[in-house]
Design a protein around this ligand. Structure first.
Ligand SMILES: [Fe+2]
Length: 210
């Protein structure tokens, strides 16, 4: 009887279900990565044009270059480092991959100038997405994640301003150079305006099962 009572006392009163994980890692910023990103940005006229036409507020190689890991060895090295973190995150998420492997699908440079924003979006056709921060001036915009159940909350009350991150509807993460963030690709997120004078440089990527 005593043993049963003790066991019951240890049981939590509530548990987390349908959890959304955000993975944080750190990779020391390679010395020439910023220079390489800016060099590619300066040379990639198709990417510059696409960024202008889509009011990107800077430059992205997203729509113009799909070979950065072949183009510059610094990106191949980065991919190796990223893949270790992605594998660790996949283990944490307990994916049943059925013999398939998580592989890099796309990787692109973002150079966001003053006042640039990136409206909320998801990354379709991918499993894990993420961003690695290279150059981050103070106040250059947070990455904002949304509760994926927003459309179903109906009469749920708003959360207290000091609610724990896992209880909030929106969670802001302030990037720092060398920070790596990974999330499942269906998770909606956006970048708040860059209020710094300087540009923020990051590398984003998608992994898919193959
Ligand atoms: Fe994104």
């Amino acid at each position: 009887m005593v043993k049963i009572l003790l066991t019951m006392a240890k049981m939590p009163k509530s548990q987390s279900l349908f959890v959304t994980r955000l993975y944080r890692g750190r990779i020391a910023v390679p010395r020439d990565l910023e220079k390489t990103c800016l060099g590619i940005a300066a040379d990639d006229s198709a990417g510059q044009r696409w960024s202008r036409q889509h009011n990107y507020g800077g430059y992205t190689s997203y729509a113009s270059l799909n070979d950065l890991t072949y183009r510059a060895s610094i990106f191949a090295d980065l991919e190796r480092a990223l893949s270790k973190h992605v594998a660790a995150f996949a283990r944490e998420l307990q994916f049943e991959t059925a013999g398939k492997k998580l592989k890099l699908d796309s990787l692109w440079i973002n150079v966001m100038e003053k006042d640039a924003v990136h409206t909320p979006h998801i990354h379709p056709h991918s499993v894990i997405s993420g961003t690695y921060y290279v150059t981050v001036p103070p106040k250059s915009g947070v990455l904002r994640f949304e509760d994926p159940r927003l459309a179903m909350l109906m009469a749920a009350p708003a959360k207290k301003p000091n609610a724990r991150p896992e209880n909030r509807s929106f969670v802001d993460v302030t990037p720092k150079p060398g920070m790596l963030l990974l999330w499942e690709s269906w998770l909606r997120h956006g970048v708040e305006p860059n209020r710094a004078r300087g540009r923020r440089i990051s590398v984003s990527f998608n992994y898919r099962l193959d």
